[in-house]
Ligand binder design. Structure first.
Ligand code: ATP
Ligand code: MG
Length: 387
């Protein structure tokens, strides 16, 4: 009787001809997430099996696997060579902590001579013999014991189904550049796009010394946390101080945020293209703040030439975003009270509905090309898998 982990995948089933490409990608991502452990990964029909790991690491391995996009559930399982006797022995050794149970048999191996329903009731009898205070409840049991008799000559016996992250394997879509601030929203936006298969780079605009080293470290930590789901993130840290100072010096204060945002977007599009990324991602949510009205978004968006700007949170309430950030473990870091570059030089009355003509007039006071070229010369690059 061996231990293993049975993995189930979701939507890649749907993908017809591309299925094997997605399959290889998912297997690669699984192994990547377990690179610190000795494991063996095998594909059987409709499932993957992880085994040959050290049992003391089982919980850690399960935790890692539950973050791999494309997997939708897993079960720690016992594995035996298929025979009635082996399955019975296994059931006698299984630990059960419940009052009622049922047995469910899946007989993929049609050579196994006893039909599913009959075998389930036989095995139920074996369990009742061992635990005489247990009762069978077919409709609403505390625990279901699953026996999968598979074509590979092995049977898998388990009672837990643990939900995984779902989505599509990272790498099954072209890449995206996430505008990552230190706030609650943008890490969640990156997580959600990556869940649809998009590998990520991230870009952060940093205004040292107005914003501190701690503020920068916080963003690096956030990138590291989401990389648990997304795989390596290349983080581009762009100095933004000079740009903000120039806007502050030359332009009307109420235009500050709009002008900053437009320069951020221009820089993001350049870096995205340089890195062959296919989209820009932001954490904007409609009407959350002045810079996120539909008018502000329109004016910001209009500097982008080619790439789509994806805003997965656009229709979400803050509470729902917070719920995801707690689930993916970014919340506690996001709420650390370090200043963001957007709060530096914050005007008292930012424009809620900026007009493009007026914004363009303000921009004439800036040497935007030069400011961008200089910022691009000083970009610092950090890969999360190296920290
Ligand atoms: P977040 O919680 O992600 O900071 P927010 O609600 O604070 O979002 P804003 O500060 O208006 O909203 O920022 C909107 C979006 O612009 C962010 O979600 C992020 O994608 C991007 N952004 C803002 N500041 C920065 C920054 N310093 N570097 C990179 N991207 C930024
Ligand atoms: Mg913010």
């Amino acid at each position: 009787m061996k231990k293993a982990i049975l993995l189930r995948f979701g939507e890649i089933f749907l993908k017809g001809k591309n299925k094997y490409v997605f399959d290889n990608m998912l297997m690669h991502n699984i192994l990547q997430s377990l690179k610190d452990y000795k494991v063996k990964l095998t594909k059987i029909s409709g499932r993957y099996i992880i085994d040959e790991y050290e049992e003391i690491f089982e919980n850690e391995i399960i935790e890692k696997l539950s973050h791999v996009f494309g997997l939708y559930s897993l079960s720690p399982t016992f594995v035996v060579e298929t025979s009635q006797n082996n399955i019975e022995e296994c059931l006698k050794n299984i630990e059960l902590d419940c009052n009622t149970f049922k047995v469910e048999v899946k007989r993929a191996d049609k050579l196994f001579p006893i039909q599913s329903i009959e075998f389930a009731s036989l095995m139920g009898g074996v369990i009742l013999d061992k635990y005489n205070n247990l009762k069978v409840n077919l409709k609403n049991p505390d625990t279901t014991i699953y026996i999968e008799i598979r074509e590979d000559g092995k049977s898998y016996i388990y009672s837990k189904i643990i939900k995984c992250a779902g989505g599509m394997p990272v790498g099954s879509s072209g890449g995206g550049l996430l505008l990552l601030s230190g706030g609650i929203d943008s890490p969640v936006a990156g997580y959600l796009m990556s869940k649809r298969g998009m590998p990520l780079h991230a870009i952060h605009f940093h205004s040292f010394p107005y914003t501190s080293q701690l503020a920068k470290d916080k963003v690096i930590t956030l990138a590291k946390i989401i990389s648990e789901y997304t795989g390596n993130i290349t983080l581009h840290i762009v100095p933004f101080t000079k740009i903000q100072e120039e806007i502050h010096k030359n332009c009307k204060p109420e235009f500050m945020i709009t002008l900053m945002r437009r320069i951020m977007m221009r820089i993001a599009e350049i870096i995205a293209k340089e890195n062959n990324l296919k989209a820009i991602i932001t954490g904007e949510s409609l009407a959350q703040v002045a810079s996120q009205t539909i008018e502000s978004i329109t004016v910001t968006n209009s500097v982008i030439n080619d790439l789509p700007v994806l805003r997965p949170l656009i229709a979400m309430d803050k509470e729902d975003i917070i719920e995801i950030s707690k689930k993916i473990n970014t919340y506690e870091t996001s709420i650390l009270p370090y200043e963001d570059c957007c709060t530096v030089f914050l005007p008292e009355h930012p424009l809620i509905k900026p007009k493009l003509e007026k914004v363009l007039k303000e921009e004439e006071r800036l040497d935007i090309k030069n400011l961008i070229d200089n910022a691009l010369k000083q970009v610092e690059i950090i890969n999360t898998n190296e920290i």
